[in-house]
Design a protein around this ligand. Sequence first.
Ligand code: GDP
Ligand code: IMO
Ligand code: MG
Length: 423
Amino acid sequence: MAVRVVVGTQWGDEGKGKYIDMLADQSDIIVRYSGGNNAGHTIVANGAKYALHLIPSGILHTDKTCIIGNGVVVDPAVLLKEMAGLNERGITTDHLLISDRAHLIMPYHIGLDELQENFRGNNSIGTTKRGIGPCYADKIERSGIRMCDLIDKDEFVKKVKANLELKNLIIERVYGGKPYKAESIIEEYSEYADKLRKYVTDTTSILAEAIDEGKNILFEGAQANFLDIDFGTYPFVTSSNPISGGVCTGSGLGPIYIDEVYGVLKAYTSRVGAGPFPTEQNNEVGDAIRELGWEYGTTTGRPRRCGWLDTVMIKYAAKINGLTALAINHVDTIGKLKEIKLCTGYKYNGQTIRYFPASLNELAKCEPVYETFEPWDEDITNIKSFDKLPENARKYLNRIEELVGVKIKFIGVGKDRENVIVR
Ligand code: GDP
Ligand code: IMO
Ligand code: MG
C-alpha cells in the first residue's frame, strides 16, 4: 500500500497534472482535496492534450476511482461541462465520486468575486473570478450549501432562499450590483442535482475501506504552497489549504496514512495574478522564459509572470509539506537560455537570510542572492536517465538538491507524461 500526495511548491502551474496522470497508473484511487475550478492542470498523453480544472487528473485512467473530496468547492455547471467534454472524447466519467460534504459554488459567489475584485481596485488580488474566495468564506462563516443539500430539494430551496436574503442586500446596497432570483437558481441547480445525484456519496468511507484493504491512494494537489491561505504570500493567495496538511481536512484521512509527499516545481518560477515575486524578471529574460515554456494560464489564458528559481521558497515548502522528494519540470526549457540564475538566499538589512518572511513589506525589501549556471542548449526531451543529461543540467539539479535538502526523484524534460526521468 502507498498513500502519496502531489503538491505544488511555488505559485501553481508547476506541472502537477503531468505527475498525477503518471502516478495514477500505480494508484487505485485519485483524490482532489482542495481548491476548485481555479486550478488548470494540463495533461499531454500520447500527444493528446487535456486541460482539467475540477475533475481529478487521474480521470483519464478509467479503471481507477476518482474522488472530489470535501475540501473542494464545486461549481456544478463547470463540473458537468468538464464531464461532457471528456465523454465527447471517449473518456467515461462513471468512475467519479463527489463528497456529500463538498461545498457548492453558487452564482452569487461568482458575482461577488467580481464585485469584490473591482472594489479592491489597485489592490485587487487578480483572482480567477470563479467564486472561490466567496464560497470558502461562506463555508467558514457557516452559511455554505453542500453537495448533500443539492440532492435534497427541500433543504436546497430553504438554503438558497436564506442565503439570498443577505447576499442580495450586500450585492445591491454595498456594491450596487444586480440581485439574484431564488427561483432561477433553484431551477438551474435542480437540473444539476438530477445529473449529479448518482456521483454524490460519503467519500470518507470509501477512503477508510481503501486503507483497510491496502489500496494505493494518490492525492492530487491544486494551487501551491505560496498560494496557501496560511503559508502563502497573504493576501495574494487562494482561499484554501493546498499544502499536504490540506489532504487530511480536505478528504477525511488521518495524517498517519500518508507515506510520500512529492513537491512539484519548475526549473524557474512563474506566477499568475498579483502579489510579491522576489526573483521575477520583468524584462527580456522573463519574456524569453514565457515564450520558451509557453507560460500562459490554463484557466484564464493570462500571460504568467516569470523569473528565476528561488530555493528559499522550495526549502520553506519542503518543511511545510513534509516533502519526501522533488519533481522538477521544464528542465528542457531553462537550458535554452543564455545563462541561468538560481536564488540561494535573500539579502535583508545587509544580512543573508534563508527564511521566507511573513510580512510583505519585509519581503519587498529582500534582495535575491544568485549563483549563475551555464545552459545546455540541446534537445533533452527523450533522455531517460539522469546520467545521460548534459553535465551543465546535472550541475544545476545537484545544486538545487543541495540547497533544498530533498532528493530530486522526477525530472521533467518535456510536456508528455513520457518525458520524465525517474531516478
Ligand atoms: P499544473 O497546474 O501544476 O498542473 O500545471 P499547468 O498544467 O497549469 O502548467 C504546466 C505547463 O507546463 C503545461 O503547459 C504543461 O504541459 C507544461 N509542462 C509540464 N512539464 C513540462 C516539462 O517538463 N517541460 C515542458 N516543456 N513543459 C512542461
Ligand atoms: P493550479 O492548480 C496558478 C491564483 C490566482 C490568483 C490567486 C487567487 O493550476 O496550479 P482564486 O481564484 O483562487 O481566488 O485566485 O490564486 N491561482 C492560481 N495560480 N495556478 C493555480 O492553480 C491557481 N489557482 C489560483 O491567479 O492570483
Ligand atoms: Mg495550472
